[in-house]
Ligand binder design. Structure first.
Ligand SMILES: CC(C)(COP(=O)(O)OP(=O)(O)OC[C@H]1O[C@@H](n2cnc3c(N)ncnc32)[C@H](O)[C@@H]1OP(=O)(O)O)[C@@H](O)C(=O)NCCC(=O)NCCS
Length: 182
C-alpha cells in the first residue's frame, strides 16, 4: 500500500478497498454532504464503485484523493488531496483540484488544514504543478476559511448546479511566498 505523504499527525496513503466502511460512514452522513449536493450515499455498493474509480484515477492520471490515517490510533479519518479534473468545471479542464472530506467526529481539529498544506506541497514539489484550483460552496464557512488559510486566492463566484460557489487558485510563487510568511 503506497504512502504518499506524512504530516505531523497523519499518513496520507492510497485509498484501498478495505476503506469501504470508513468511507461509508463518511459519505452516508447528511451533515458531511450539506455543501456537497445534499445527496449522501445509502448503499455500500456506491462506495465500492467510488473506490474503484479513485483507484483507476491513480493509474490513469497518476494522482487521486488520499486516505487520511491517524498515526497515533491508525484510524481512518476521511480523505484529502489532489484530483486531476478532466471534465469542464467553471470553464476549466485538466487541472489539479484540492479537496478534503472528514468523518464528522474529526471536524474542528485542524486536520483539513494540515493535510491540505501537505497536499499543496506535493502538487508543487512532486507533481511540478504550475497551479492548483479549488472550490467551495459560498456558505461552507470552514472550507472557505481553510482555502484562504493555506494560500489560495479567491478568483470569482460561479454557478455549480444552481448553487453559488467560490473559485480559488494558487500557483507556485504564491505558495512559496505564503510558506515564507508563516
Ligand atoms: C470542511 C471540513 C473538511 C473542515 O475540516 P476541519 O478539519 O474541521 O477544518 P479545520 O479544523 O482545519 O478548520 C479550519 C477553520 O474552519 C473553522 N471551522 C471549522 N468548522 C467550522 C464551522 N462549521 N463553521 C465555521 N467555522 C468552522 C475552524 O475554526 C478553522 O478556523 P481557524 O483556522 O480560524 O481556527 C469538514 O468540516 C468536512 O469534512 N466537511 C464536510 C465535507 C466538506 O464540506 N468538504 C469541503 C468541500 S469544499
Amino acid at each position: 500500500m503506497k504512502i504518499f505523504l506524512e504530516t505531523k499527525r497523519f499518513i496520507l496513503r492510497e485509498i484501498i478497498p478495505a476503506d469501504v466502511d470508513g468511507l461509508f460512514e463518511l459519505d452516508s452522513d447528511p451533515a458531511v454532504h450539506r455543501f456537497l449536493g445534499k445527496n449522501p450515499v445509502s448503499d455500500k455498493s456506491q462506495i465500492v464503485e467510488a473506490i474503484h474509480l479513485i483507484r483507476k484515477q491513480y493509474i490513469d492520471n497518476g494522482i487521486g484523493r488520499w486516505a487520511i490515517i491517524s498515526k497515533d490510533k491508525n484510524e481512518f479519518i476521511g480523505w484529502s488531496g489532489l484530483k486531476l479534473v478532466t471534465d469542464i468545471t467553471n470553464n476549466h479542464k485538466n487541472y489539479y483540484d484540492l479537496g478534503y472530506r472528514l468523518i464528522k467526529k474529526y471536524w474542528g481539529k485542524g486536520i483539513a488544514t494540515e493535510t491540505a498544506l501537505a497536499s499543496l506541497k506535493y502538487a508543487f514539489n512532486e507533481l511540478n504543478a504550475a497551479e492548483v484550483f479549488a472550490m467551495a460552496d459560498c456558505e461552507n464557512i470552514a472550507s472557505n476559511k481553510i482555502l484562504k488559510k493555506v494560500g489560495f486566492h479567491f478568483i470569482e463566484i460561479f454557478d455549480l448546479d444552481g448553487i453559488e460557489h467560490n473559485w480559488y487558485r494558487i500557483d507556485r510563487n504564491k505558495f512559496e511566498n505564503k510558506k515564507s510568511n508563516t
